[in-house]
Design a protein around this ligand. Structure first.
Ligand code: ATP
Ligand code: MG
Length: 251
């Protein structure tokens, strides 16, 4: 039988193709209303990109998803479970891996120890060891040569790779990346893009990316565009128009 004969539509093999559903989210900082009725979905095995100019609320959205901010209303459904009221560490253990804007590598701890901190996201006792899986070094070979260096001694691009690798140590189902190419030189941007694509191909996990770098945005399957805290446009990235690019990306 050929592969085409055996291939089943997603709906038939998997009753729910959704990894994540964001429904009617409203988030405030004090009295300022930042996120306004935000709705979007992330499908299993897909890369979704959230675009929008500076200050529109992209990081606020990701912090609410990962449990660092509490919404005033709305729901977050992750793999069929309502996680709206769960604390961050429980969301991490359910499979949400987060690489925050600015990366937050621990500067005075070695690269190896930074990576091992990623194990905290694994459910208690499951597969914990002090070994770093070879796949991590296949994705980011530079880290292997730097295991005993201090996190703070790495270049910006290397720190970004370390931060993504640390999130992968927790074996996430959804990898959340907040502007991974910010302040990084072009050759390293391409390496990071290629690694993210390989992660999706090799593991089938979903990626939610916030990004302003057009080439990386185009690697995603689908985009949602934010303006003033709301989603105002969406579509396939293969159909990104010049108008959308100029309105929502700082190019
Ligand atoms: N801790 C805070 N307290 C009050 N207001 C905040 C706080 N953090 C962010 N804001 C405001 O919330 C709005 C959204 O900020 P957010 O960081 O989510 O934007 P962003 O889309 O991620 O921007 P950028 O592209 O610059 O990272 C901005 O107007 C910002 O000034
Ligand atoms: Mg931001």
């Amino acid at each position: 039988m050929t592969q085409i004969d055996t291939a089943k539509p997603i709906a038939e093999s998997d009753p729910n193709p959704l990894m994540l559903q964001i429904q009617g989210l409203n988030v405030y900082y004090g009295e300022s209303h930042i996120l306004r009725n935000v709705d979007f979905n992330v499908n299993k095995g897909k890369m979704i990109c959230l675009i929008g100019r500076n200050g529109v609320g992209k990081t606020t959205m990701l912090k609410t998803l990962t449990g660092l901010l509490k919404p005033r209303s709305g729901r977050i459904i992750f793999r069929d479970r309502d996680i709206t009221d769960l604390p961050s560490h429980k969301r991490a253990r359910l499979g949400i891996g987060y690489v925050p804007q600015g990366r937050e590598v621990i500067p005075r701890v070695t690269v190896r120890e930074n990576l091992l901190l990623g194990l905290e996201a694994l459910p208690e006792g499951r597969g914990r060891s002090s070994e770093i899986p070879e796949e991590i070094f296949e994705l980011f070979p530079v880290l292997k040569t730097m295991l005993s260096r201090m996190g703070g001694d790495l270049s910006g691009g290397q720190q970004q790779q370390l931060a993504i690798a640390r999130a992968l140590m927790g074996k996430p189902q959804l990898l959340v990346l907040d502007e991974p190419t910010e302040g990084i030189q072009p050759s390293i941007i391409l390496e990071i893009e290629a690694a993210v694509r390989r992660i999706i191909e090799a593991t089938g996990i979903s990626v939610l990316l916030v990004e302003q770098h057009l080439h990386f945005v185009r690697q995603a399957d689908y985009y949602y565009a934010m303006q003033k805290g709301g989603i105002v446009a969406s579509g396939e990235t293969s159909e990104l128009s010049q108008e959308v690019i100029q309105r929502f990306l700082a190019v």
